[in-house]
Design a protein around this ligand. Structure first.
Ligand SMILES: C[S@@+](CC[C@H](N)C(=O)[O-])C[C@H]1O[C@@H](n2cnc3c(N)ncnc32)[C@H](O)[C@@H]1O
Length: 298
């Protein structure tokens, strides 16, 4: 499933990152002190088998297939922390009245199945067609039933995805809670700007938006580079930089009032060790204001 786009990004490779994140969520789900319960994650990993090259967190020595998988050690529990942050974002948006959620680049996200959505909520999931096909196959095999009404939109987010989303039933007159998790670094600054313009056009007052911001310095960090080389993750090919400016400024430019949380602050709030790479007390930390939520101004 190699559909290299203008940027040269291979979607097959990017989708491997969705498996890596699901692998970290499966590992978190096995912990007694888990920050969430993603019971479906292990089934995606089992279905992918040896295609999962690594886990996006601490090393897993006991994957579902029994194989050892190296982990992105410098990231520690980062995926679990970010998952919990965005879970809480959707819960708060629902309490505030949002009955539409759009998960951009949803990957193997299972929030439509595992969060406590109010009746009448519609959850739209957008991702590349190849990734969607794999996900739907596994969900059908597991006879999984979503809590919310779930609408899947196979689309490349560098194309006219707003048209596809409207055709799939999004009501642009109603407030929506949007999420871009694990996506922005794979977009060029121009594609990220276009993405935000599309979100903003479809967002009346009362809408909310959460994004994961990754400082490009993360991928240049010697510890992360070393790990990427060990696991064969082609970050140099995949990472396109994202918005290229601080997230609050980027969001304010298009009418969003944002609050950014550091990974260290959220880790402590959830009772977890601060991931080494984001630990301000550690050697050579990367800026950790990754977890951002915003409301529509006006
Ligand atoms: C790191 S994964 C994150 C998936 C999910 N948000 C999560 O946190 O589990 C990146 C996802 O972005 C998707 N993706 C990357 N570029 C995309 C694009 N241009 N259009 C649609 N999806 C894209 C990939 O297919 C993949 O599922």
């Amino acid at each position: 499933m190699d559909t290299a786009g203008d940027s040269g990004t291979s979607m097959a490779q990017v989708s491997l990152t969705a498996l890596a994140v699901a692998s970290a969520r499966a590992a978190e789900t096995r912990r007694p002190d888990r920050l969430f319960d993603d019971a479906l994650a292990q089934h995606f990993i089992a279905a992918a088998g040896p295609d999962v090259p690594f886990t996006a967190g601490p090393a897993e020595s006991t994957g579902p297939d029994g194989a050892a998988r190296p982990g992105l050690e410098p990231l520690g529990d980062y995926v679990a922390i970010r998952t919990r942050f965005f879970d809480d974002f959707f819960t708060e948006a629902a309490s505030a009245g949002c009955r539409q959620a759009v998960i951009l680049a949803a990957g193997l996200d299972t929030r439509a199945f595992r969060l406590d959505w109010p009746a009448g909520t519609r959850v739209f999931e957008l991702d590349m067609p190849e990734l969607v096909a794999f996900k739907e196959r596994v969900l059908t095999e597991r006879a999984a039933h979503p809590v919310a009404e779930r609408v899947v939109v196979p689309v490349d987010l560098r194309t006219d995805w707003p048209a596809a989303l409207l055709a799939a039933g999004l009501d642009a007159d109603q407030p929506t809670a949007w999420l871009a998790e694990g996506l922005l670094p794979y977009l060029t600054p121009a594609d990220a700007d276009r993405l935000l313009a599309g979100i903003s056009r479809l967002s009346p007052a009362g809408s909310r938006l959460a994004v994961e911001h990754i400082d490009p310095a993360l991928f240049a960090h010697p510890r992360v580079r070393r790990t990427n080389e060990e696991i064969g993750f082609p970050a140099d090919q995949l990472i396109q930089g994202g918005p290229g400016r601080p997230p609050r400024r980027w969001l304010a430019e298009q009418g969003w009032h944002a609050t950014a949380f550091t990974v260290a602050e959220r880790a402590r709030a959830y009772g977890r060790a601060v991931p080494p790479i984001f630990d301000p007390a550690g050697p050579d930390p990367v800026a950790g204001d990754n977890l951002v939520s915003a409301t529509r101004v006006g």
